[in-house]
Design a protein around this ligand. Structure first.
Ligand SMILES: [Zn+2]
Ligand SMILES: [Zn+2]
Length: 201
């Protein structure tokens, strides 16, 4: 049925020009957070495209392929001229697995701004990308390498995600294996366009 509807209404253009996706537990629900480096870019995209999406029509698909997965997101819109669909090929992560196991069929969609933070930017209990706290890094050395001898971190570096306030509720979330994409209209459209048929872009 879904497939029939889609064949009459072609999916809009696919875009992967964002950094990645964060998964955060906030406001009693898991949040799926596509990440951008620039706050204004994210806000513009929300206002032009996502704002017009019809909440119950928003579909998010996760297509797993080895240690990677495709994040796929598309929706019907009240403003077809500015519609876009999104995808990104990402490495599976702990947060991804946590989302997969904990989302319970529903999530908030929000956009996020990703920024790097260095030693001077954060408090003592901030966690470095190596997994150890700021306090476990050398505060005299300029590079602030990690003091755990079995850690090969040579420079304190952390990141922060700031979530934009606006959100949509997503209730159509599916995890698929790549062998199953033919049965899912959105996932099939995305992989067909962006993977199997690369010359068609
Ligand atoms: Zn470190
Ligand atoms: Zn470390």
């Amino acid at each position: 049925m879904d497939l029939l509807k889609l064949s009459q209404k072609p999916v809009t253009s696919w875009h992967d020009d964002f950094l990645g996706v964060a998964y955060r537990y906030y406001d009693l629900r898991m949040n799926v957070v596509p990440l951008f480096t620039d706050r204004k870019d994210a806000a513009d995209l929300w206002n032009k495209t996502i704002h017009w999406w019809v909440d119950p029509s928003i579909k998010i698909r996760f297509v797993e392929s080895g240690d990677k997965y495709w994040f796929i997101m598309a929706a019907e819109t009240k403003n077809p001229d500015s519609n876009r669909s999104f995808y990104k090929v990402l490495a599976k992560s702990e947060n991804y697995e946590r989302f997969k196991n904990g989302h319970d069929g529903e999530a908030y969609l929000r956009l996020g701004v990703y920024s790097k933070k260095y030693f001077k930017d954060v408090k003592g209990d901030a966690i470095c990308n190596c997994g150890h706290e700021k306090e476990d890094h050398d505060d005299e050395d300029e590079r602030h390498d990690c003091l755990y001898e079995d850690c090969n971190c040579e420079k304190f570096e952390s990141f922060q995600v700031n979530l934009l306030k606006k959100k949509k509720t997503v209730t159509d979330i599916k995890f698929l294996d790549e062998s199953e994409v033919k049965d899912d209209a959105i996932a099939w459209n995305c992989l067909n366009k962006n993977k199997y048929n690369e010359s068609n872009q």
